[in-house]
Design a protein around this ligand. Structure first.
Ligand code: ADP
Ligand code: TRP
Length: 330
């Protein structure tokens, strides 16, 4: 049987370059491999773990589907679906929660970060985030997960749950591994930390036009443009990382040399970089604009995706319930 791949992105807003390079590019790469069966979802249930607007959730969920399709995820090759439309995920999640200790969840760095960010929203759902994510992955017996490096602690939990379930109940869950892309950690444009939609000034969205990209890059901090060694952290290092990602290693090397000799003119660098980023995003934006009118097609993709995913997911839940000693339906 082909190995399975699963990934997802929370339905919390427009995708940015971090999501694109850290997660979706990996999804795209794996989709084209013949030895793999790929499943990609929109994690709308996970979007409920931090404050959200119920009137916008449906739109945001659909937007991620449109982004997926525009980037090139192909319903002929991958199962594309919405998490909440496969209720088996929450069923398996509950069964999994019986082998997870409270302390383990409370000490997770991702949980601690989130409660710092939202001090009034430390719900049980947020605490359970990694358990639901483990269910998303293991319900398809997926062994490869294309996500950014920040998701590694969650994958570790998924592996632990798989081991515990296998030991306690004789299931045969795989140990899911992260599939890393070269953009597994995209830095913030603001100079520190990672690019994230919750940090204003840190990101470029996939839907940004050239002007907006130029404006966002203009805000990125720089220095005098000259020095003995090329900075490895901070604003300049981050800008050069973007040069490498969008203009290639050679262009990066040229700038690094300039930095140590005649100096870099950041106005020119940023203009050239904005063009390079826009060149990659433009075709995606054009396909996305077309998809916005293809309502019936997108509805079909979502409906078929849920049906196909449920077929696989329900088999797993049935097996786990039996192995855990629950009564069968007669
Ligand atoms: P955000 O931090 O903007 O809320 P999410 O947490 O929704 O982004 O992340 C969705 C996916 O995109 C995950 O797989 C995550 O690892 C990846 N990702 C997000 N930001 C980055 C980044 N700066 N670099 C690499 N990958 C990222
Ligand atoms: N936690 C991921 C994020 O922050 C989203 C997600 C939910 C996910 N379930 C998943 C990713 C399963 C990979 C596999 O975006």
């Amino acid at each position: 049987m082909k190995k399975r791949v699963l990934s997802g992105i929370r339905a919390t807003g427009r995708l940015h370059l971090g999501n694109y390079l850290g997660a979706v590019k990996g999804m795209l790469e794996l989709q084209s491999r013949d030895d793999l069966h790929t499943l990609y979802m929109v994690a709308d249930l996970h979007a409920l773990t931090t404050p959200y607007n119920k009137d916008e959730l449906k739109t945001k969920t659909r937007e991620v589907v449109l982004d997926y399709l525009a980037i090139g995820l192909d319903p002929e090759k991958s199962i594309i679906f919405i998490q909440s439309q496969v209720p088996e995920h929450t069923e398996l999640f509950y069964l999994f929660s019986t082998v997870v200790s409270l302390a383990r969840m409370q000490h997770l760095p991702t949980y601690k970060d989130k409660i710092k960010q939202y001090p009034n929203a430390s719900t049980v759902a947020l605490l359970n985030y990694p358990v639901l994510m483990a269910s998303d992955i293991l319900i398809y017996n997926a062994s490869l997960v294309p996500v950014g490096i920040d998701q590694e602690p969650h994958l570790e939990v998924a592996r632990e749950i798989a081991r515990k379930m296998n030991d306690a109940y004789g299931t045969n869950f795989p140990q899911p591994l992260r599939f890393a892309t070269s953009g597994e950690y995209i830095p913030s444009l603001a100079g520190e930390g990672k690019m994230s939609k919750s940090i204003e000034g840190s990101y470029i969205n996939l839907t940004d036009d050239l002007k907006t990209i130029q404006k966002r890059l203009a805000g990125a901090p720089t220095d005098s443009g000259k020095g003995e060694t090329v900075p490895t952290t901070g604003g300049v290092a981050n800008l050069l990382k973007f040069v490498e990602l969008f203009e290639g290693k050679d262009r990066y090397k040229q700038y690094a040399l300039s930095y140590m000799h005649e100096g870099i003119r950041y106005g020119d660098l940023k203009k050239e970089l904005a063009d390079a980023i826009y060149k990659e995003l433009k075709p995606i934006q054009e396909i996305r604009a077309e998809l916005e009118h293809k309502t019936t097609y997108v509805d079909e993709v979502i409906k078929n995706g849920a049906e196909k995913a449920r077929k696989i997911a329900s088999e797993t839940v049935k097996e786990v319930k039996e192995k855990m000693g629950l009564c069968k339906i007669k």
